[in-house]
Every structure is written in structure tokens, then in C-alpha cells.
Design a protein around this ligand. Structure first.
Ligand code: OSB
Ligand code: MG
Length: 367
């Protein structure tokens, strides 16, 4: 496909409820939206960077400048016969994985559409739906218990509790007391250090499926020390940027489970490589989320159809986050299973351009 032009926007969607994690509170979701145009088709993707660098280093303003001034001009007007060819432009550049992922993911959508294939087929995934769970933000015990009750009643296959120092053992204990049998996990988003090992060891007694990202976003080594001191598996999210990171983490015993976010690792080529190296180590993976709109959510669901995504992902119903989505389709899970969107080839969802215009903060055309 020849990429003829790009439409680049900043979108802001209000969240139904504020989402609180150890690094801060989100009341809305602000993200770059990219449409790549070529041969009468459109490939769409969104970026997962935050306005401020509080999850990883990349930011919305930084990504917008890089996309506008360097990345998009480097690919517009060129023909790429597959994502492998596009990688030859993206790979030599260091870092900026979230910005590269927006372009790479939009190209996969465009390419799959040019082949008339659903994205999952282009990726090598199978199936019409994927297992999903919920991610519950930090909240008082009573609120959390209500949210867990609701998630369980809706049939979600796993409940993930966000934790932070001082908001950990008590909350897990309260949830476990009422729900002894559910698949339960916690996500610290990097809030702990090696000195907090006793707290992590206290969490070891609650039959958690895994403890996600207890230590620093740029650490692998110290996670190996913590993993050696726990029965519970560690799952790495922020620390895994590439297949090489995954290989090192699994080799060192720093984790036994990997959270793959296609938007975090630079796109589907990297996501698939992490999936494959994890499978080679016998380590299950699952598909994480970043409170994406329907566009990023659709990409995530297609990714999660690959064979080694054996644990429930974070791609729960869009209505849990947004009153109104920017797509025409409704991405809603039933009994803990999220249907793979299939309204046409590629990601299988379509932009609701009228609503999109009302939530667009900024728009530009690059050619
Ligand atoms: O660590 O998985 C995370 C949301 C924002 C930033 C980081 C994370 C999350 C989530 C939300 O857990 C998952 C979702 O999209 O539902
Ligand atoms: Mg996480």
C-alpha cells in the first residue's frame, strides 16, 4: 500500500469515573489519533502515551511533534508491501515506541484492509472472542467491594486491583474474604522498592494469580530478587519494551507472566515477538490496556486472539469507561468474553466522525 496522506488529531474523551492508580488520577483520556490514507482505504490507530510522562517516558506533546515533524514525513509518499518493510524505517530509531506504535498499528489496519483480511488473520490469531477481566482503580474498601461484586456478576474472568503503598494487604484481604474463589491479581504500577519485600510477601498469602509491576518501570534485575522470594508469579508491564527485555526477564526469573500492550512496545511486530519469546519460555501472556477508545480497544482484541494469550486481558466493555465512544460499534463483553470486532476487514470498527469532531482538541493533515 502506498501511504498518501495522514490525518493526525488529539482527542479528549471524558471518563465515566475517575481512574486512580499509584502514579495519579485520570479524569479524561487524551490521546493522539492517526488515520493513514492510501489507495482509497484508511488505517486507524491511537497512541497510549499520557499528556504527562507518568506511566512511561513518552508524552502526547512529544509524540505529536515527533510524528508531525519526523516520523510521518518519513513514510508519506512511500509504498510498503507489508509491516516488515515499514519496520525498516521505524526500527533504526531509538525508543519512542508509543509514537512508532501509532504509525505501525495504523499501517497494519490499512494493510489488512488492502488484503481484505481481519486484522487477527493478518496477525495469525484465531477465534471470535477473547477472555477479559476488569482493572479496578484505587478506591475505598466499600467502593472496591461494590465494583468487584459487579464485575463478578457480569461474568468477568479476572479481577485486577490497583494497589499502592498503604493500600494493599487490607484491600486484598477484604476482597478475598468475600470472594475466596475468583481469579484475583494486583497491579502496583511501580510503587514499591526492595525494602517493601515484607509487604509483597504478605500479599503472597492470598492466592493471587500474579502481582503486576511491583518495582520501578526501568527495572528487571530487582524484580528477579522479589520473584525468588515469592510463590506468587510476578507479571511485568512497564519494564517490558521489547522481545529482548522479555527474554532477559524470563531468563533471569524476574517474572513468570508478561502483560503485552501493543501500544507500549512499538506495535504488532514487537508484540508478536514478545508473545513468541514468552511462549518459548512457557510463560503465559495477556493483553493489557491503557483505557483506550474503541480504536485502540479493537487493536487490542485482535492481538489477544493469538495462541499464547492464555490469561484474561484488560479489554473490558468500553461503556465502563466512556458514555460515548468514537466508533460506531459497541465493544461490550458478555460473560467475560469480548467479541472480536468484525464490521469489515482490518480492525473491524469504524470511526463515528461526527462525534469524533466534537471531542477533537486539534486536527491536522500531513501530506
Ligand atoms: O498498568 O495496566 C496498567 C490504565 C492506565 C495506565 C496503566 C494501566 C492501566 C490499566 C487499565 O490497568 C486497563 C484498561 O484499559 O482497562
Ligand atoms: Mg499494569
Amino acid at each position: 500500500v502506498r501511504i498518501e496522506a495522514a490525518e493526525l488529531r488529539i482527542v479528549n474523551l471524558p471518563l465515566v469515573t475517575p481512574f486512580v492508580i499509584s502514579t495519579g488520577t485520570m479524569t479524561g483520556k487524551t490521546f493522539p489519533l492517526l488515520v493513514l490514507k492510501g489507495e482509497g482505504l484508511e488505517g486507524v490507530a491511537e497512541g497510549v502515551m499520557d499528556p504527562q510522562p507518568d506511566y512511561l517516558e513518552e508524552t502526547v506533546p512529544g509524540a505529536m511533534a515527533f510524528l508531525r515533524e519526523q516520523l510521518l514525513p518519513a513514510i508519506i509518499g512511500k509504498r510498503f508491501t507489508s509491516p516488515y518493510e515499514l519496520a525498516s524505517i521505524l526500527d533504526p530509531w531509538r525508543g519512542n515506541r508509543m509514537a512508532k506504535a501509532v504509525v505501525e498499528m495504523a499501517f497494519w489496519d490499512l494493510w489488512a484492509k488492502s488484503l481484505g483480511l481481519p486484522l487477527k488473520a493478518a496477525l495469525g490469531g484465531v477465534g471470535d472472542n477473547v477472555d477479559v477481566g476488569v482493572s479496578l482503580g484505587i478506591a475505598p474498601v466499600e467502593t472496591t467491594l461494590e465494583r468487584v461484586e459487579e464485575a463478578v456478576a457480569n461474568g468477568y474472568k479476572r479481577t485486577k486491583l490497583k494497589i499502592a503503598r498503604g493500600h494493599d494487604v487490607k484491600i486484598v484481604e477484604a476482597v478475598r474474604a468475600l470472594h475466596p474463589g475468583i481469579k484475583l491479581t494486583v497491579d502496583a504500577n511501580t510503587d514499591y522498592g526492595l525494602a517493601d519485600l515484607p509487604v509483597l510477601q504478605a500479599l503472597d498469602d492470598f492466592a493471587l494469580d500474579y502481582i503486576e509491576q511491583p518495582l520501578a518501570y526501568d527495572d528487571i534485575h530487582d524484580h528477579a530478587k522479589v520473584q525468588a522470594a515469592l510463590k506468587t508469579a510476578i507479571c511485568l508491564d512497564e519494564s517490558i519494551r521489547s522481545a529482548s527485555d522479555a527474554r532477559k526477564a524470563l531468563e533471569l526469573g524476574a517474572a513468570r507472566v508478561i502483560n503485552i500492550k501493543v501500544g507500549r512496545v512499538g506495535g504488532f511486530m514487537a508484540a508478536r515477538a514478545i508473545h513468541d519469546v514468552s511462549a518459548a519460555f512457557g510463560a503465559p501472556v495477556w493483553c493489557g490496556g491503557m483505557l483506550e477508545s474503541g480504536i485502540g480497544r479493537a487493536h487490542n482484541i485482535h492481538l489477544a486472539t493469538m495462541a499464547n494469550f492464555t490469561k484474561p486481558g484488560d479489554t473490558s466493555s468500553a461503556s465502563r469507561y466512556f458514555k460515548h465512544d468514537i466508533i460506531n460499534e459497541r465493544l461490550e463483553a458478555k460473560n467475560g468474553r469480548m467479541p472480536v470486532p468484525a464490521n469489515g476487514p482490518g480492525i473491524g470498527v469504524t470511526l463515528d466522525r461526527d462525534y469524533l469532531d466534537t471531542v477533537t482538541m486539534h486536527a491536522e493533515e500531513i501530506r
